[in-house]
Each structure stands twice: as C-alpha cells, then as structure tokens.
Write a protein that binds this ligand. Structure first.
Ligand code: ATP
Ligand code: MG
Ligand code: ZN
Length: 512
C-alpha cells in the first residue's frame, strides 16, 4: 500500500527559530523508529513551518500509514515543544491524502464513498489498483476512530458486492415433519378475510386482529409457555419498542439500513413540543381537514431511530457495560409485549407479511456451552409446538443470514460446524402449489449468534468467561397463516391439542 499525506498542525503560537534543531531531531528519530519496525517498507517525513502552522509531507510505502503516524506525532510532539517553548498543538488538518492499494477486481460500475474526494481505478502489470483520495475536510475525530481504514475496506466490499450480488443465503433442509392431513387449498388470508377474522386497515400491510384471531394468538401464547418457556425456565420480560440509533449502531443494524434485511420505520421528534410551534399546523388541519405534509416535515427532526424491528437489540442496554455474575447465567427470557414494525416493500401482501407484526422473541445468554445447549433445547421444543400442538407440515433449514455472515466469517471454525448459525422453520402452504415447487413460509427461526451482541454492547461475565447469545423469532401472523392454510377455518378439522387451549372461538361480527 502506498500513501501520500500533506497535512499541517495548527500551533497555539509561533515557534522561535532555535526550535528548528529540536524539530529536525524529533522527525529524524520518529522516522528512524518507524523504519526500524517496518524494515521492508519506506517511510519519509518532510516538515516546514510557516507562522503558526507546522506543515508535514509524509509518504509511506508498505509501512505505517501517514494518518496513523500523524496521530502519534500529535502525542509525542506536544510533549517535546510544549514544555520547552510553551507552544501547544491545536490539532491537525489534511490538505491532501492519497492512498493507493491493490484490489482483487475492477468495479463493474463506478461508485462514490463518504469522506472520499475521488476514487480512481486502474490496471497495471496485470494487477488492479485503486487510488483513494480522502476528503481533506475529514475530522480529526474520524481519523482517530478508524474511518480511513474502513473507507479502504469498503472499496473492496462494494466491488465484491457488485460482482457477486447480495450474498445468497446458504439454505439446507435438515428436517421434515412428513406429510400432514391438509383440509384446504385456499389462500389463508382470503379465508380469514371472508370470515371476518381479520380486517385490512387503510394503512399498508396493517391488519386488525378481531377477537377471533386474538383468541387464537392467546392460545398460541399459552402453548408456548407450556411447551417451551415453563419446562426450559424462561421468564417473560418487556423490551422497549422504540429504538434509538445508539442501539442500532451497536447491534450493527444501522450499517445495513435499507440494504436488504433491515427496513425499519423511522421515528422523529417535534423540533419544539409547544402549542405555539404547532399552532399553525393545527389551524391548517382544522380548516382544511387535510395534513400539510411539507409544513409538518419542517417542524420535526431527522429520525432519532425507529420502531422495534426485531426485539433483541433494545434488550441489550440492560446489560451494557456490565459484568454478569456467574450465578446469573444463563439468562433466558422471552418478549411479546408489543408489536414489531417493518417496512415490507413491494406490492401489498397477505396476512403472512405485515408491516405491524406480533413477534415472539426468545433470547438467551450464557457461556458457549450453555448457549448451544439452550439453542438445541428451544429448537426441539419449537418442533413439538409445530408437530404436537398444531400438527403442521413443516421443515427445518439451516441458513446463514446476512447479519451473521460478518461474525461467522471471523470465526471460520464455527462456520464449518455451523455452531453459529440459524435454523429456519418453514411451513408448507398448499395454496401456493406443490410441495416441491412452491415457496414455503418461514414461520420461526432460532439462531446461535456467538459473541456478536455481548461484544457489541460490552457485556462481560465474571472471571472472564466467554459470553454468547442466541435468539429466536416467530410471529403469530405467520403461525396462524400457516396453520389456516393447512387446516382451514373449521375447528372440527383442527388438532385436539390446539383446541384444548381455548374454550370457544368468539363469534365474528357480521356486516349487513
Ligand atoms: P422473511 O425472509 O420471510 O422476510 P425474515 O428473515 O425477515 O423473514 P426474521 O427477521 O428472521 O424474518 O424474523 C423472524 C420471524 O419474524 C420470522 O420467522 C417470521 O415469523 C416473523 N416475521 C418477519 N417478518 C414478518 C412480517 N413482515 N410479517 C409477519 N411476520 C414476520
Ligand atoms: Mg424479511
Ligand atoms: Zn433476536
């Protein structure tokens, strides 16, 4: 890798001429030290002073990056000139920073990156190169926190994404329930709509769950408690449903924002929460009976985060920065305290893909052994729910979702064993066609996530025990769509075990 940086330090005052020798000495020693530690590379610094600016030209080839050097210089030089000449360093600014590095492939389409002034791709001697010009306005803070390293890495990531597309999920069927008795071939959403069990609202992919559907959801809850949570010792909790950016930054969801796999609803705040500030808008609505969107958008902030997308990220601030006592491990909880929101783009969907869903999260934290064991137990109990209580025809598939690909890559060994990974439960939907050709519906998953969350949220365990986590999600909408699609609406056709969990279905409201 080749670097050229022209930058300058802003000094708190002018240095006297006699400081020249000290500076010469300082930079010679500084370069020599680097040259000694990186023998095969090349590293050069030239310096000059103009009033209260100390200009530097640093070039390096396969050696320490100049931006790393400048951070070290800042620290060491402050000590050298601060005491002797009472001149401080006020920080540095870049004038020009170019990084040249080899890449695997040429991009298919040119692209830009934040804080990057120019990207130039070339081919030389059968090799591919990129020249990255960093935006000189980049802040000291970003330089310190690894932004430049991530820009360089991002170039290769974008190229391989262009070339190979979004990575396909690995998908391997590892269990099949066998064929089950099916009572209908109708579309379950339409069946439930016709029976007035569910009602679409004015808003995209949002539904009203009538007492009939609610009774079935409550029955499912009791089944899950009896089959999974009671025997395995899980406790219910209520995880927040409004998620600010700090959480999605740590869980790394924010990095995948609308990149396929994380499509949250945003939440904004009023810029001023006062009657005066909103009076104009209130008056406008009063006289026109319409919402003035443009006026309104001026009075609210940028999103401060969004609505719960999957329950677990906002769970973690509970443990963030703490050290868990051994006796508290493993932690086993579940949450169904509120809806989950997802902007499901594309056409309107049925009840199986809603924007406001009622998701059940099962979450566990422990040592790697504890976590693997609980994951296995939960998986077996889920299988019981689908087989014994609902008599569903389903299969289990091993997958490696996008959000695990990153952490799995860092842990190649685990990838082989698929210790870190996901099992999807998928139900057959007869109305979609044959078992072989049709798309099955994912109704639940269970994942062993490894260290990702404990690391991301700085959670530790007593005596430095390694901490892992795992979690699973499923929605009542998916469970019931799958169930109705196989068993129909007539409770006479339903398994006795399920019917044990409700007395009588409320009679649907009729309309004239
Ligand atoms: P899909 O690929 O079908 O969109 P997903 O991979 O986005 O599913 P996860 O994020 O893994 O789903 O969430 C776990 C569970 O949440 C799913 O198994 C499913 O039961 C439920 N779920 C996800 N999205 C929806 C939705 N839009 N409507 C209803 N349930 C959903
Ligand atoms: Mg999805
Ligand atoms: Zn989760």
């Amino acid at each position: 890798m080749k670097h050229q940086l022209n930058a300058y330090f802003i000094l708190s005052g002018e240095l006297p001429p006699e400081s020249k020798e000290d500076l010469d000495e300082f930079f010679i020693q500084f370069s020599e030290k680097i040259q000694q530690s990186k023998k095969e590379g090349k590293f050069d610094i030239a310096w000059s002073i103009k009033k209260s600016e100390l200009a530097l030209k640093i070039s390096s080839i396969d050696s320490i990056s100049p931006h790393v050097a400048i951070l070290r210089i800042r620290k060491q030089l402050a000590a050298t000139i601060g005491k002797k000449y009472r001149v401080g360093l006020r920080g540095f600014k870049f004038k020009y920073y170019k990084i040249t590095t080899e890449i695997d492939d040429q991009p298919i389409k040119e692209f830009t990156l934040p804080l990057t002034k120019k990207l130039t791709f070339s081919e030389k001697e059968g090799k591919n190169w990129v020249e990255i010009q960093i935006d000189p306005e980049i802040s000291e803070d970003f330089v310190e926190k690894g932004t430049i390293e991530r820009i360089v890495r991002r170039v290769s990531e974008k190229i391989s994404k262009q070339k190979y597309g979004a990575k396909k999920e690995h998908h391997e069927i590892v269990f099949y329930s066998g064929e089950k008795e099916l009572f209908t071939k109708e579309n379950p959403t339409q069946l439930m709509q016709k029976a007035n069990w569910i009602q679409r609202t004015n808003y995209r992919n949002q539904w009203i769950l009538t007492p009939t559907l609610t009774t079935l959801s409550e029955a499912l809850k009791q089944i899950m408690v009896d089959y999974i949570y009671k025997p395995l010792g899980f406790d219910q909790m209520m995880i927040p449903k409004l998620v600010d950016w700090s959480v999605w930054l740590k869980s790394e969801h924010a990095e995948g924002l609308y990149q396929g796999g994380f499509e949250p609803y945003f939440v904004v705040q009023p810029k001023e929460p006062t009657p005066e500030y909103f009076e104009e808008i209130a008056d406008y609505i009063t006289v026109t009976k319409t919402i003035p969107n443009d006026m309104l958008s001026e009075k609210v902030t940028a999103p401060i985060g969004g609505l719960s997308y999957a329950q677990c990220p906002p769970f973690w601030p509970w443990l963030q920065g703490r050290t868990l006592a051994k006796e508290s491990l493993p932690i086993k909880v579940y949450d169904w305290s509120g809806p989950t929101y997802r902007y499901e783009s594309g056409s309107a969907y049925g009840f199986e893909r809603v924007d406001e869903l009622h998701r059940i999260e099962t979450l566990f934290i422990g040592t790697p052994e504890q976590t693997k064991k609980i994951g296995k137990d939960v998986r077996n109990k889920l299988r019981d729910v689908f087989e014994k209580a609902l008599d569903l025809e389903f299969r289990e598939a091993r997958v490696l979702p996008w959000w695990l690909q990153q952490s799995a890559r860092e842990d190649e060994e685990d990838l082989d064993e698929l210790v870190v990974g996901t099992i999807d439960f998928e139900a057959y939907m007869p109305y979609r066609g044959s078992r072989k050709k049709s798309e099955w519906l994912e109704i639940q998953n269970i994942s062993i996530i490894g260290q990702k969350y404990p690391k991301g949220f700085s959670v530790k365990a007593e005596s430095n025990l390694e901490l892992w986590s795992g979690c699973g999600g499923g929605s009542f909408e998916r469970f019931l769509t799958a169930f109705i699609s196989q068993k129909g609406l007539n409770p006479d056709d339903w398994p006795t075990e399920f019917k044990k969990y409700f007395d009588k279905l409320p009679t649907p409201v009729k309309f004239h």
